[in-house]
Unconditional design. Structure first.
Length: 297
């Protein structure tokens, strides 16, 4: 059920957002069964939401299998926030690396760190273990975190096709990257339940949750309000705002005027405005941001 204000912008009531279709349950079970086939797990997350985009339930039954958290899309993340998260993950003794999957040097750091993590793990049971080149890794993560891009870069070909919509890939398959690296590609899988609802808003903004679950109007309005509160200079410059001390409706109307989203009679085409906002945000047009800061104890 929706509510509509006088300007015509619709607001969804605060229903609980969750997205865990049947194929994801089956994929989770298959992932957990397949962990025994690899010697290291790579979990890909989004650097703009380092904890909310994680899903350790994917490999909760890993036993002593080592893992590496790869925080992708640092090109879209606020550098100061990345520094804060780097310090936090280090203090938590997590194995992690921040990367930009579109950069070849970043991709190489995944292999380097994975070998280091695997070697450290082997030393625990064998103090004379040597660093080995060969690896069998499982790559997993939420939809649209960049798993397919990473696999394609590692394999130097389009080995894994990125789906246009989140959750479209449903199969698990092996990809032979080179003579020393085999990759077990897995579908994007969400947590069974999202308890903190603002996390669901973050995940819909970065398109881990598809637009038919959290609709474009709700996602776009959330993004606008978030960036207004943030006083985002990139947002201000991109849409040529004079000031960000305005409300949601005023901001959307300004964007509508700027982009020519007017219907006959001077009415605003809000559906078009929402699509513009989402499209601009998802391609990084507002500059680097971060939704989430490290926990404070």
């Amino acid at each position: 059920m929706t509510k509509k204000n006088k300007s015509g912008i619709e607001y969804l009531e605060q229903n609980h957002i969750n997205w865990f279709p049947g194929h994801m349950k089956k994929a989770t079970e298959k992932i957990q069964q397949s962990i025994k086939l690899v010697n290291i797990i790579i979990e890909v997350r989004d650097a703009r939401a380092p904890m909310a985009s994680g899903n350790k339930e994917n490999y909760q039954n890993r036993g002593q299998k080592p893992y590496l958290i790869v925080l992708n899309k640092t090109n879209l993340a606020d550098p100061e926030s990345v520094k804060s998260w780097t310090n936090w993950f280090t203090k938590q003794n997590e194995s992690f690396v921040f990367i930009n999957a579109l950069d070849k040097k970043s991709i190489k750091t995944i292999i380097k760190r994975a070998k280091e993590v695997l070697h450290t793990h082997r030393l625990k049971s064998n103090s004379t273990a040597t660093l080995k080149d060969k690896m069998k890794m499982m790559i997993l993560g939420l939809p649209n975190t960049g798993k397919s891009t990473i696999i394609n870069k590692l394999a130097n070909r389009d080995a894994s096709k990125a789906a246009q919509r989140p959750g479209q890939t449903t199969s698990i398959l092996w990809v032979k990257a080179d003579k020393d690296l085999e990759i077990l590609d897995t579908p994007g899988v969400m947590p069974p339940r999202i308890d903190v609802q603002v996390h669901a808003k973050w995940l819909s903004a970065i398109h881990a949750i598809p637009d038919h679950i959290v609709t474009p109007d709700e996602s776009a309005c959330f993004i606008v309000e978030f960036l207004l509160n943030l006083k985002s200079s990139g947002f201000k410059e991109h849409y040529k705002f004079e000031s960000l001390d305005i409300d949601l409706v005023t901001a959307c109307n300004h964007i509508g005027k700027l982009r020519g989203c007017l219907r006959s009679g001077g009415l605003y085409d809000y559906e078009h405005i929402y699509k513009i906002i989402l499209g601009d945000f998802r391609k990084g047009a507002f500059g680097p941001i971060c939704f989430e800061l490290p926990p404070v104890k």
